[in-house]
Design a protein around this ligand. Structure first.
Ligand SMILES: [Zn+2]
Length: 149
């Protein structure tokens, strides 16, 4: 089997892998702490027999906030797992769009990066262009409409 990530040395891959695993551990550890905090919170809630609607509303906002934060963490965790999977398969470090090699510096800074810097930049540019295009399209339409009158 051809090793797709042969442009990275084993040492470089190892360096990124350590980073990914450390991030993963940090996220998983926080999960355990959260669970402990949850147990504490439940205990407090059980003790206060009279529930204050204001407190409840606050708790709901907090839960919603935590959930949003959590889903971002889960998203990142998934990307970490994907990157680790790619390392195992030997397909790590290749751009999702153009298959070109993502630079080691970029991978070290963002081990979960899926696009090379060129594709990332052009994706961002496309986003901007689409926005401008949409605006100029609607602008063009009003002009044509006016001309037709
Ligand atoms: Zn690319």
């Amino acid at each position: 089997m051809k090793r797709a990530n042969s442009y990275l040395t084993d040492k470089q891959v190892e360096q990124i892998k350590v980073k990914l695993l450390a991030d993963k551990e940090r996220l998983t550890m926080r999960d355990e702490i959260d669970q402990k905090v949850d147990t504490l919170n439940t205990y407090h809630l059980d003790r206060s027999e009279l529930s204050d609607p204001v407190d409840e509303a606050c708790a709901n906002v907090q839960v919603a906030h935590e959930l949003r934060f959590k889903s971002r963490e889960i998203f990142y965790l998934k990307k970490i797992n994907l990157a680790l999977e790619k390392i195992k398969e030997g397909a790590f470090g290749l751009c999702k769009d153009c298959d070109s090699e993502i630079s080691f510096e970029r991978l070290l800074a963002r081990p979960t990066a899926e696009l090379c810097i060129n594709c990332k930049e052009s994706a961002e540019m496309d986003e901007q262009n689409n926005f401008i295009l949409k605006r100029s399209k609607s602008f063009g339409q009003t002009l044509t409409e006016r001309m037709a009158r």
